[in-house]
Design a protein around this ligand. Structure first.
Ligand code: SAM
Length: 234
């Protein structure tokens, strides 16, 4: 998308948020974003260096911060989505260390997979399959290119919404890196909780801002470390 199209798109999104959330809530959201951005300077500088190192090592394009309001997203859930930033490799490794046993039983499913960084990282583990679901077409296209370069036949990127995509069969490790707000966390948690009880479904939530929504849908914490929490169904 060119800058003019992005501007029009952002204006449309703003009008939609004002229409659905009201002017006062929109102003509160913009103020929150501005405060957050002001405090993010140092973090973003470190992150940019780490992103560049990762992408140089993996011949990939996974870095940066992509604001969802600048992207084309064909989903009513766009307003509940969180901007794209890629998983940090060290945080990812610490999160995966919470799992014990044979990982080859599990299908790794990243809901909100962005440019596919977590999918590339998951390819280093013996998962049965690795799938990502992303609703922003540009990010999905980048993830598809990244996976093609990686050339791992277990890995697939899908364009779709986390609340509607067909869920893979068998045991699942669902990975969430702070992808969406509470309403969507709850919808996803409810969907996963309804899968047949004989299936082993684990949920690994990194930067778990809405972990209460999981508890409310019958998920219980089995392990946690740093920014990651591992859940199972009750
Ligand atoms: C913080 S990024 C995480 C990226 C990736 N999982 C990683 O770890 O590198 C969150 C991603 O979730 C996507 N997202 C948000 N809501 C979504 C939804 N309802 N369905 C699919 N993707 C969604 C955003 O577009 C964004 O790319």
């Amino acid at each position: 998308m060119g800058w003019l199209a992005r501007g029009r798109h952002a204006a449309r999104r703003l009008r939609l948020v004002v229409a659905t959330e009201g002017l006062a809530e929109t102003v509160r959201r913009l103020a929150r974003r501005t405060r957050r951005d002001a405090g993010l300077g140092d973090y973003l500088a470190v992150k940019a260096a780490r992103d560049a190192a990762f992408d140089a090592r993996h011949d990939s394009d996974t870095g940066g911060v992509q604001r969802l309001y600048t992207l084309a997203i064909d989903s009513p859930n766009a307003r509940h989505g969180i901007d794209h930033v890629a998983s940090d490799p060290d945080v990812f490794a610490a999160a995966l260390a919470l799992l014990d046993g044979d990982l080859s039983r599990f299908h790794f499913l990243d809901l909100g997979s962005g440019k596919g960084r977590a999918l590339l990282l998951a390819c280093d583990y013996p998962f049965r399959a690795v799938t990502g679901v992303e609703f922003a077409a540009e990010l999905h296209a980048t993830a598809t290119r990244n996976l093609a370069r990686r050339g791992d036949p277990r890995a697939t990127a899908l364009l779709g919404d986390a609340t509607a995509v067909a869920l893979p069969d068998g045991d699942l490790l669902v990975y969430l890196f702070n992808p969406f707000e509470a309403a969507i966390v709850r919808a996803v948690a409810r969907r996963l909780a309804a899968l047949p009880p004989e299936r082993d479904i684990r949920l690994l939530y990194v930067t778990p801002r809405h972990r209460d929504a999981l508890a409310a849908e019958g998920w219980r914490v089995v392990a946690g470390a740093g920014e990651a929490v591992l859940f199972r169904r009750d």
